[in-house]
Design a binder for this molecule. Structure first.
Ligand code: SAM
Length: 384
């Protein structure tokens, strides 16, 4: 009844509009041809309501409202720029470097008379990263990044939770590193900021997206560094990497395509919930298992892999990890050990809200006081 009343009112308004507009200017809008009956953003929300209310129970209403609210950012300092005064400026805005704070909290107490900085190994996370965020409940925004005196931008704005997979990868000086699905390049840039990469292979299937990655590198990494061939950008199918370069890398990041939950609620363009992309969406977990398996095969025995998504879906997170571990055991007789990240999570609980009951890996859930994520990450070690 209410719907009929609304439709009737809309009809009347259209008549009034028509009467006020000269006939020669009137045109009939072709609704069917121009706008989908169900916008993909709406389909995404419907799908999340069905699956995530079961998956997260009582937590879902709070995650939902946070997902629909403005996201918070972090400012990743560019170590290739002169960043001292930038740190000072960000501190004046009341932002703080959550990485250094977490590392200081996690470092063992120095012995009496011993004032050495903790090594990256004792910290258990990739060194040299500095990322500023505003405190819980503070929804201030960062000013736009600026071009620094050394010809590169001073910081990179990103979802601060996106740094956690890179931190968890725990790069060591001289590592050979593969970023299997790298574009548009926020995590590639963070990997380079550690100063640990002997060389870095940054790959993404999409050539238009690798162009965006090249632009990020151009804006943030000095030409001399790029020219010394320390960074190689390719556009191959990551699923083939095990065959192309097996047993090669010390560290591999597998940041797969997923339902990009936050993006899917706001952007019609390129939205994976469009009706025409249903099949692609259903095939995502299979693609994710194949990419993670390829990443594990590309790792040297003893090397480490971090798998990550920006989805809340268990099917794309924990189940994918389990599927890839089983695939490697059954098809290649390769044993993979899944790391316990709970000590790592404890370092960052001041800044992020974590889902308390992941079976493997860790999941940052959006929260109104700390509106980062979603970001799932799981660390694995290839044993042989
Ligand atoms: C979540 S995004 C990566 C984001 C990136 N790591 C960052 O931090 O900016 C996933 C990427 O996977 C790429 N992709 C999809 N299928 C792929 C495949 N078979 N091999 C390699 N990359 C693929 C997509 O083009 C997309 O850029």
């Amino acid at each position: 009844m209410a719907a009929l009343v609304r439709r009737g009112a809309r009809g009347l308004l259209r008549c009034a509009d028509a009467a006020a507009t000269p006939r020669r200017w009137r045109h009939k809008k072709k609704w069917a041809a121009t706008e989908p009956k169900f916008p993909a953003t709406q389909l995404a929300l419907q799908s999340f309501d069905v699956t995530y209310s079961v998956q997260f129970g009582d937590l879902w209403p709070s995650i939902r409202v946070s997902l629909l609210s403005e996201q918070k950012y972090g400012a990743l300092l560019n170590n290739f720029a002169a960043w001292d005064h930038v740190s000072a400026e960000l501190e004046r805005l009341n932002a703080r470097d959550f990485v250094s704070e977490a590392v200081a909290r996690g470092a063992p107490e120095p012995e009496a008379g011993h004032t050495e900085a903790p090594s990256s190994t004792s910290r258990g996370c990739s060194p040299n990263l500095r990322c500023f965020t505003f405190a819980r409940g503070d929804v201030s925004r960062f000013p736009h990044a600026r071009l620094g005196s050394l010809g590169v931008m001073d910081y990179y704005l990103m979802d601060a939770a996106s740094l956690l997979p890179v931190l968890a990868l725990d790069l060591q000086p001289g590592d050979t590193v593969l970023d299997l699905c790298a574009a548009p390049g926020g995590k590639t840039l963070a990997l380079l900021q550690t100063g640990c990469c002997r060389n870095l292979a940054a790959n993404d299937l999409s050539t238009s997206r690798t162009s965006r990655l090249q632009k990020v590198l151009h804006n943030y990494v000095p030409q001399g560094f790029r020219d010394r061939n320390r960074v190689r950008v390719t556009s191959w199918d990551g699923r083939k990497w095990g065959e192309l370069e097996g047993d090669t890398y010390d560290r591999v990041l597998v940041d797969v395509p997923c339902t990009t939950d936050r993006h899917s609620l706001f952007e019609e363009e390129n939205n994976i919930f469009q009706r025409s992309r249903k099949k692609e969406r259903q095939m995502l977990p299979l693609l994710q298992v194949q990419l993670l398996a390829a990443g594990l095969l590309a790792t040297k025995p003893g090397g480490h892999v971090v798998y990550s998504t920006c989805s809340l879906s268990h099917l794309q997170n924990e189940y994918v990890v389990q599927g890839a571990v089983e695939l490697l055991a059954n098809q290649y007789s390769i044993e993979v050990q899944v790391a316990d990240l709970s000590p790592f999570r404890k370092l960052f609980t001041d800044t992020f809200s974590f889902f308390p009951s992941c079976r493997v890996g860790e999941l940052v859930i959006p929260n109104l006081t700390a509106n980062f994520g979603p970001m799932y990450f799981c660390k694995m070690r290839r044993l042989q």
